[in-house]
Design a protein around this ligand. Structure first.
Ligand code: ADP
Length: 575
C-alpha cells in the first residue's frame, strides 16, 4: 500500500511538475516572443534608415551624374556629408554596369558589382544583403537603390554600407540572449559577441563556432517548446527556451535564448509542495490506518482471549455443576449413611441402657405390685385412708414409668425434620432421665441445676438428646472403677452462643485428637458398648445444627466435653 501510494504520489508530482513547467514555459515563451519582436523591430528600424538613405541618395542629381560620368566636383562632398550625418560606414555609387564610380572610403570589395543585392538594384529593385566589407569591417549590411534617369531607366545604383558592429554595440550583454542568423544559418548579429559567426550545421538546431571544437549541445521538445541544453559559456544559460522569428525585411531570422532555470525551479517548487502535502497527508493517513489496524488487531486478540476465557469459564462452570451434582449425590448418600449410623448408634445405646431401663421399669412395677397387694389388705381391714395413699403412690409410680417409656420412644424415633429450635433444659432433663438408672447403677453423683431457666437453641430434639445421652453414658463409663464419681452438667448462654459442659472425674481422654474419629474406642469389645461411633455420630449431629463439640482434659483430671449451639429466640407459639 505504501509502495502504491508512493507510486501515485510520484506520478502525481511528475504530472504537476510537467504541467507547471509547461505552463511556465508558455508564459516565458509569450514574454520571449514579445522581447524578440521588439529586438527585431529595433534592428529593422535601425537598418531601414540606411535603406531610406540609399533611396534618397539615388534621387540626388549629383549622384545620378556620378553614376554616369564618374566623380565630379561636389560628388565627394555630398557622399561624405551624407555618410557623416547618417553614420553610414560607406556610400558607394555604381554605374549601370556595376562598376564603382565613387565612394566615401575609397575601399570596397573587388567584385561588388556581382553581389546579388547590387544586381538586383541594377535591375530596378531595392537590394539588400550582408557580408564582410573588407577592409572596413567584417560585418556589414548593404542597401542598394537603383538610380533612374528621366526616362525611367536604371543608370546606376547607390550602395549604403552599414557597420553592424555599430548597430548591436548598444545592446550587447542585455537580456535575454538574442541573435540574428541569415539564411545560411550564420549568426550575424548578436547581443552576445561570443556567438558571432557561429553556424548552424545542416540538419541540427544548434550552432557551432567557426573554429575549434563544438561545445556541448542538445535540444529537446517540451510540448510545443524547444529547449536547448548548452555549455556555451558563462554568459549564456545552461538550459534555454529557444524562440525564433523571421525578419523577411532584412533577410534574417531573430532567435532568442530564454533561461528556463527560474521556470524550472518554480515548477519544481510547486511539485515539491504538492509532494510534501501528499506525503504529509499520506503519513497521517498511514498513521491513522496503522493505529486503526493496531486497535483492530488488539480487539481481535481481546475478543479471541475473551472467547477463550468464555469457553474456559463455561467448561469450568459445567465441571462445577457436574461436581456440585456429584457432591449433592454424595451428600445425600452421606446423610443417609449418617441417619443410618445415628439409628444404629441409638439402638446400640438402647442396648447399653436396656439393663438399666428394665431395672428402672421393673422397680416401680414391683412397687406398684406390692402397693396394690397392700391396698387389697388395707381394703379388707377397712382402712380406706391407707388404700387411698397406696393408690396415690401407684399413680405416681405409673406416671414415672410412663415418663421413662415416653423418653425411650422419643429417643428411638428417627428424626428427619430440619433442625428447629428446642428447649435445651428439657432435652437435657430427658437425657438425664434416660440415663438415670445407668448412672445410679454406676454410683455416679450428678451435679445439675434442674431449676435453671429455659434456654432455647437451634437443633432437633431427638438428635440433640442422643448427643447428650452419649456424652453422659461415656462419662459414666469412664468413671467406672474411680473412687470419686461425679458428673457436672452445666448449660450457659453467652450472647448468641450456648454451651453445655459435661465434666467428669474419670481418667481423662487418652487421645483427645482421636475421640471423634469413627470406630475409635478404648472400650473392650465384649462390653455391650464399644463401637467407637458414639462421638463421631454426635460430632456430625452437632455440626448439622451449626454447632460444635469439643473434648478436652481438665487440669484436675477427668474429661470435659463441651457442646456449643446457636441460641435462638424462645419458641413460645409452638410451645
Ligand atoms: P465408645 O463409647 O463406643 O467407645 P465413643 O465414640 O462414644 O465410642 O467414645 C470413643 C472413646 O472416647 C471412648 O472409647 C473413650 O476412650 C473416649 N472417651 C469418651 N468419653 C470420654 C470421657 N468422658 N473420659 C475419657 N474418655 C472418654
Amino acid at each position: 500500500m505504501v509502495l502504491a501510494f508512493s507510486g501515485i504520489v510520484l506520478i502525481l508530482t511528475a504530472g504537476v511538475w510537467r504541467y507547471a513547467y509547461q505552463q511556465g514555459l508558455d508564459q516565458l515563451a509569450a514574454r520571449g516572443q514579445a522581447d524578440l519582436a521588439l529586438a527585431g523591430d529595433r534592428l529593422v528600424g535601425q537598418l531601414q534608415r540606411y535603406r531610406d538613405l540609399a533611396v534618397l541618395m539615388a534621387d540626388h542629381p549629383v549622384i545620378s551624374i556620378a553614376a554616369r560620368y564618374g566623380v565630379t566636383e561636389g560628388t565627394r562632398d555630398v557622399l561624405v556629408g551624407a555618410a557623416d550625418k547618417s553614420a553610414a560606414l560607406d556610400i558607394l555609387v555604381l554605374s549601370a554596369q556595376g562598376r564603382v564610380m565613387a565612394s566615401v572610403s575609397g575601399k570596397h570589395p573587388a567584385e561588388l558589382g556581382a553581389y546579388p543585392f547590387v544586381t538586383r538594384a541594377l535591375r530596378g529593385a531595392l537590394g539588400w544583403g550582408h557580408g564582410p566589407a573588407e577592409p572596413l569591417t567584417q560585418r556589414a549590411f548593404f542597401h542598394a537603390a537603383p538610380i533612374f534617369n528621366d526616362a525611367g531607366r536604371v543608370q546606376g545604383a547607390v550602395v549604403v554600407v552599414t557597420d553592424l558592429n555599430g548597430i548591436d554595440y548598444n545592446w550587447r550583454g542585455t537580456n535575454p540572449a538574442a541573435f540574428f542568423t541569415d539564411a545560411a544559418g550564420e549568426v550575424y548579429i548578436a547581443n552576445r559577441t561570443e556567438l558571432l559567426f557561429w553556424k548552424r550545421p545542416a540538419g541540427t538546431a544548434g550552432l557551432i563556432p567557426p573554429k575549434g571544437n563544438a561545445p556541448p549541445f542538445s535540444a529537446q521538445m517540451v510540448g510545443p517548446h524547444e529547449i536547448w541544453h548548452l555549455g556555451w559559456g558563462p554568459y549564456l544559460p545552461q538550459e534555454a527556451l529557444h524562440l525564433t522569428q523571421d525578419l523577411p525585411v532584412i533577410g534574417l531570422t531573430g532567435e532568442v535564448l530564454l533561461d528556463v532555470a527560474q521556470t524550472r525551479a518554480f515548477a519544481f517548487a510547486q511539485a515539491a509542495a504538492l509532494a510534501a502535502l501528499c506525503l504529509a497527508f499520506g503519513s497521517l493517513l498511514f498513521l491513522a490506518s496503522e493505529r486503526r489496524r493496531t486497535l483492530a488487531a488488539a480487539n481481535v486478540q481481546l475478543e479471541a482471549r475473551v472467547a477463550k476465557r468464555t469457553v474456559a469459564l463455561r467448561e469450568t462452570n459445567e465441571k462445577l455443576v457436574a461436581e456440585a451434582a456429584v457432591r449433592e449425590a454424595a451428600q445425600v448418600a452421606l446423610r443417609q449413611a449418617q441417619d443410618d449410623l445415628v439409628q444404629a448408634g441409638k439402638l446400640s445405646a438402647l442396648g447399653q441402657m436396656s439393663a438399666g431401663i428394665s431395672h428402672e421399669l421393673n422397680q416401680p412395677l414391683m412397687a406398684i405390685r406390692s402397693f396394690a397387694e397392700n391396698a387389697v389388705q388395707f381394703l379388707e381391714r377397712g382402712k380406706a385412708e391407707r388404700v387411698g395413699e397406696n393408690l396415690t403412690r401407684i399413680s405416681e409410680m405409673s406416671q414415672r414409668m410412663a415418663r421413662i417409656i415416653q423418653n425411650l420412644r422419643a429417643f428411638a424415633r428417627q428424626e428427619h425434620i430440619a433442625p428447629d429450635r428446642v428447649n435445651l433444659q428439657k432435652v437435657l432433663q430427658s437425657a438425664l432421665d434416660l440415663t438415670q438408672s445407668h448412672r445410679e447403677a454406676a454410683g455416679v453423683t450428678l451435679e445439675w441445676d434442674a431449676t435453671g431457666r429455659d434456654i432455647w437453641v437451634r437443633g432437633g430434639e431427638v438428635r440433640l438428646g442422643q448427643v447428650f445421652v452419649n456424652l453422659i453414658t461415656n462419662a459414666v463409663d469412664a468413671m467406672a472403677g474411680r473412687t470419686e464419681r461425679r458428673l457436672q452438667v452445666e448449660a450457659r448462654r453467652q450472647g448468641d452462643v450456648v454451651s453445655v459442659e459435661f465434666r467428669d472425674t474419670g481418667p481423662g481422654i487418652e487421645m483427645p485428637d482421636k475421640v471423634f474419629d469413627p470406630f475409635y474406642t478404648t472400650k473392650e469389645v465384649d462390653q455391650s458398648s464399644g463401637m467407637g461411633l458414639g462421638l463421631s455420630i454426635s460430632y456430625g449431629i452437632v455440626q448439622s445444627f451449626g454447632g460444635q463439640i469439643r473434648g478436652a482434659n481438665q487440669d484436675s483430671g477427668g474429661a470435659v466435653f463441651t457442646v456449643t449451639l446457636e441460641a435462638t429466640a424462645a419458641k413460645e407459639l409452638a410451645a
